[in-house]
Write a protein that binds this ligand. Structure first.
Ligand code: NAD
Ligand code: WQD
Length: 350
């Protein structure tokens, strides 16, 4: 494919850092733009180290996507073959409390990025969408054609950005866009050197379990035990973050090789559902001890069962997830035990 240069927004974050590592290992040059709002530059340095020789092909800019001048400078200094756009705020509950922050960051950030891309003649984009756009799905597995809904401001930003992408492609056929709808990414790089390190109290299941395991939280609260599932707890499609990162390489390859790409959407999941209690049991197997549980009421807005149809990605991207929940939990625990405070220290805890 020759050396191609990819701009990765949000490349210091959880999914971004794993994807940047894989891009470097595949021979791409990578420029990361991240404001470090929910991440640490340490992650970028670790990716550089893990990549070995290829680490020299990584450049990091601490900048906010809404800073048009900064973005213009970056695009003026480098010609990008494509952009992978991860940067955004992603906490559902926080988005309900602070909708304007979410609309400002996610929408203005994306619009600024798209305008600067167009101005510099870079019109190939891979965007991080989410299974959240399926809301409480009418049935499972979710296929890409399902009706889309926004159950909260965060989800609305994803839906609006998907629509913006469809509109700009309609307006100008030189855009090539991949909308990737991730299900529930968990796990970490098998080295244990990079992983998820959310700021503040984790919202998602796996980071919470991890913080209980390392003694930062006393117990896991299980939200809802009366769902219509095998054990009464909610079912999700957990996907190893390394598989997810691979999905981005597959999407990029399709973008570069297929002249007929317009604006395409793909689910990235495993196609398998796992309940909260099944996930806790799998983690306990890797961890070797019990996770204390507190059974509680349903969390408002949560769906019962969500998992992906993976057919379209398998067929058109020639990609499928390789890892199961045992490997996800093994790698999650390996990262946690090596980095109980993530990239920080007990003093940096908020
Ligand atoms: P993350 O918070 O670890 O990474 C996002 C990164 O973007 C962070 O490093 C943050 O500092 C940066 N950022 C945020 N706003 C920015 C701005 N205005 N300018 C520059 N940088 C900015 O999150 P993640 O889990 O890696 O998620 C990456 C993307 O995938 C997000 O768009 C998220 O909505 C989407 N997504 C995540 C999940 C999930 O469960 N993790 C699921 C579906 C979709
Ligand atoms: C998974 C299951 C909870 C925490 C969210 C976003 C979605 C996407 C992925 C970004 C559910 C249960 C959780 C806890 C629990 N992100 N749970 N105790 O809700 O499927 O999806 O992250 O796009 O948009 O909504 O993931 O990890 O929060 O929850 O019992 O402390 O774990 O009720 O059944 P979710 P999650």
């Amino acid at each position: 494919m020759g050396t191609k240069t990819i701009l990765v927004t949000g490349g210091a974050g959880y999914i971004g850092s794993h994807t940047v590592l894989q891009l470097l290992q595949e021979g791409f040059s990578v420029v990361v733009v991240d404001n470090l709002d929910n991440s640490s530059e340490v992650a970028v340095r670790r990716v550089e180290e893990l990549a070995g020789d290829a680490g020299k092909n990584l450049v990091f800019h601490q900048a906010d996507l809404r800073d048009r001048e900064a973005l213009n400078k970056i695009f003026a200094s480098t010609r990008f073959d494509a952009v992978i756009h991860f940067a955004g705020l992603k906490a559902v509950g926080e988005s309900v409390q602070k909708p304007l922050s979410y609309y400002d960051n996610n929408l203005i950030g994306t619009i600024t990025l798209l305008e600067v891309m167009a101005a510099h003649g870079c019109k190939s984009l891979v965007f991080s969408s989410s299974a959240t756009v399926y809301g409480w799905p009418i049935q499972v597995p979710c296929t890409e054609e399902f009706p889309l809904i926004a159950a909260n401001p965060y989800g609305r930003t994803k839906l609006i950005i998907e629509d913006i992408c469809r509109d700009i492609r309609k307006a100008s056929s030189d855009w090539k866009i991949m909308l990737l709808r991730y299900f529930n990414p968990i796990g970490a790089h098998p080295s244990g050197h990079i992983g998820e390190d959310p700021h503040g109290i984790p919202n998602n299941l796996m980071p919470y379990i991890q913080q209980v395991a390392v003694g930062r939280r006393p117990s896991l609260t299980v939200f809802g035990t009366d769902y219509n599932t095998n054990d009464g707890t909610g079912v999700r499609d957990y996907i190893h973050v390394v598989d997810l990162a691979d999905g981005h390489i597959a999407a990029l390859q399709k973008l570069f090789q297929d002249p007929n790409i317009g604006c395409e959407v793909y689910n990235l999941g495993t196609g398998k559902g796992t309940s909260v209690l099944e996930m806790v049991a799998a983690f306990e197997k890797a961890y070797g001890k019990k996770i204390p549980l507190v059974m509680a009421a349903r969390r408002s807005g949560d769906a019962e069962i969500v998992y992906a149809s993976t057919m379209k990605a398998e067929r058109e991207l020639n990609w499928r997830a390789k890892y199961g929940i045992d490997e996800m939990c093994r790698d999650q625990w390996n990262w946690a035990r090596k980095n109980p405070w993530g990239y920080g220290s007990p003093e940096s805890e908020s």
